[in-house]
Design a protein around this ligand. Structure first.
Ligand code: 13P
Length: 251
């Protein structure tokens, strides 16, 4: 019912030549071993236009890593959602924990960014996830439930929204959440979404992120209610990223 989505978040890495080489290698892998899921690349904003021509048509989509909550204006250094749509993006990540931490983004601000993405015709990938302190305090479910309630804007549905559960302590650390904990959290998120957006919630995709690698992808992607992955470090290595794509059920 829900087609898996594997998204690579390249974060702040790479210059044009690196990006082109990586995408050319991915295109080769995609041709030899087709994906049974949707594949998305979210490179740094500077690489989106240079990579457009290399992303094999239909095989992969391009997305931004953040957008502003307004459509235009005096916001030095920011990028608006319509600008991402204009250069060929179909998705944008909003509310990544690195932005919540480094740029003080609140749930309300994340909801406004997701709403801006929707206005521009983009799918918003809304990130949520608890810190280690919150998990150790037994607060993970409460924190993430609140993030979902407050970060998902009115008008969200399966066609314009993806939720990525990324426990902060699992990002870039090599630690992944226990499959049982991922399953419990994804269940909780879907239950919350059912109250917020009713029947659409069954079709909305929930991704897991946090140290997803080829050696744990099969187990994570087989979990009920895990509809794909948001991949950081491993997405910079084409062979590893494609192994994760191929770990989706159905290949
Ligand atoms: P890692 O896969 O490097 O842990 O990063 C996850 C992430 O933050 C993706 O958005």
């Amino acid at each position: 019912m829900r087609r898996h989505l594997v998204a690579g978040n390249w974060k702040m890495n790479g210059q044009v030549a690196d990006g082109v080489a990586r995408v050319e290698e991915l295109a080769g892998l995609a041709a030899a071993q087709p994906a049974a899921c949707d594949v998305l690349i979210c490179p740094p904003a500077t690489l989106i236009v240079p990579l457009r021509g290399y992303v094999s048509a239909g095989a992969m989509a391009l997305g931004g890593q953040d957008c502003h909550h307004d459509d235009s204006g005096a916001f030095t250094g920011d990028i608006a959602a319509p600008m991402l749509a204009d250069i060929g993006c179909s998705h944008v990540i909003v509310g990544h924990s690195e932005r919540r931490r480094d740029h003080g983004e609140s749930n309300e601000r994340v909801a406004a960014k997701a709403a801006a993405a929707h206005r521009a015709g983009l799918q918003a990938i809304i990130c949520v996830g608890e810190t280690k302190t919150e998990r150790d305090a037994g607060d993970a479910i409460r924190v993430v439930t609140r993030q979902v309630r407050e970060s998902v804007p009115d008008g969200a549905g399966a066609a314009n929204t993806v939720i990525a559960y990324e426990p902060v302590w699992a990002i870039g650390t090599g630690d992944t959440a226990m499959p049982a904990d991922v399953e419990a959290m994804h269940n909780t998120i879907r239950t919350e979404l059912a109250e917020m957006i009713s029947e659409e919630s069954e079709r909305l995709r929930l991704l897991y992120g946090g140290s997803v690698k080829p050696d744990n992808a099969v187990e994570l992607l087989a979990i009920e209610d895990v509809d794909g992955a948001l991949v950081g470090g491993a997405s910079l290595k084409p062979a590893d990223f494609w192994a994760i794509v191929r770990a989706c059920p159905g290949v």
